[in-house]
Design a binder for this molecule. Structure first.
Ligand SMILES: [Zn+2]
Ligand SMILES: [Zn+2]
Length: 271
């Protein structure tokens, strides 16, 4: 009987041991599994190239041309770029009161701006900055001298970096699903030069829209027509000239671009 009891105890201890081991390895396994898949997730995520921005809204908040009769005009340019997760103010117009009152009428809260992008340091583009900074003093302001060449600012948002021999000016590039959007302040480096530089930066991308000041208000019809031809050769699909583009430039672009010409001005919203 004693021997039989001893065997019983040995079998019992063995079963407990096996059970213990099974539970131990089971727990080990379930701990390792999620850690592995987490790491794999991170790896595949970083290997996926950034997606173009799906939802973009461009709101001209300050311009010398008018698109929404509720707003005020003033010489200068400012445009709010709204993406899925960022609000970028491109330039600030010439003065704070017009900028802030236009924003209010458009239902834009300056407190929700994530950063200001300044194309160049002319008064008609930086004059409204003090009013914005009074509301949000810690707001980052990206001036052209911050960059030495093309730089990615956010996912799908780029600067051309400062261009031009005289006045240094940067333009904003947005990678949309339909192609690139270029926003220019005054286009002092030359509108065609700016587009050409973007094209060389992104050789595989379509040029969907060019908007902003083209600086052609003193250019002859003959030269404007040559520029329109270059826009077409570069594959620019839509245009939204405003600010210092000039009336003739807008007329001639409209004739050529027809439905792909966007009548830009204060209050214009492009989705
Ligand atoms: Zn200027
Ligand atoms: Zn200007």
């Amino acid at each position: 009987m004693k021997i039989f009891n001893g065997v019983k105890i040995a079998i019992f201890v063995l079963i407990i041991l096996i059970l213990g081991l099974v539970i131990y390895f089971f727990n080990q396994g379930s701990e390792i599994q999620p850690r592995l898949s987490e790491n794999m997730d991170k790896k595949t995520k970083s290997e996926i190239p950034p997606e173009p921005i799906k939802k973009i809204s461009l709101v001209t908040v300050y311009d010398n041309y008018l698109a929404d009769s509720r707003l005020e005009t003033g010489w200068g340019f400012s445009c709010l770029v709204k993406t899925e997760d960022k609000n970028i103010l491109f330039d600030t117009g010439a003065d704070s009161p017009i900028l802030l009152s236009n924003m209010e009428k458009l239902g834009i809260n300056p407190g929700e701006i994530d950063f200001v992008f300044i194309s160049h340091l002319h008064e008609d583009h930086i004059g409204g900055l003090p009013g914005i900074l009074e509301i949000k003093p810690d707001l980052p302001v990206y001036k052209p001298e911050f960059f030495s060449g093309p730089v990615k600012i956010e996912n799908g948002i780029w600067t051309t970096g400062p261009l031009g021999d005289g006045i240094k000016e940067q333009s904003l590039i947005i990678e949309s699903e339909k192609g690139l959007i270029i926003i220019t302040g005054c286009a002092h480096p030359g509108i065609v030069n700016i587009i050409t530089s973007v094209k060389s930066q992104f050789p595989d991308k379509q040029l969907y829209l060019v908007m902003g000041g083209f600086h052609l208000f003193q250019t002859s019809d003959f030269d404007i027509k040559k520029i329109i031809e270059e826009f077409k050769n570069l594959g620019v699909q839509k245009v939204a000239p405003c600010h210092c583009s000039g009336d003739r430039c807008r007329e001639l672009f409209k004739q050529e671009y027809k439905d792909n010409f966007i009548e830009n001005g204060a209050g214009k919203i492009i989705n």
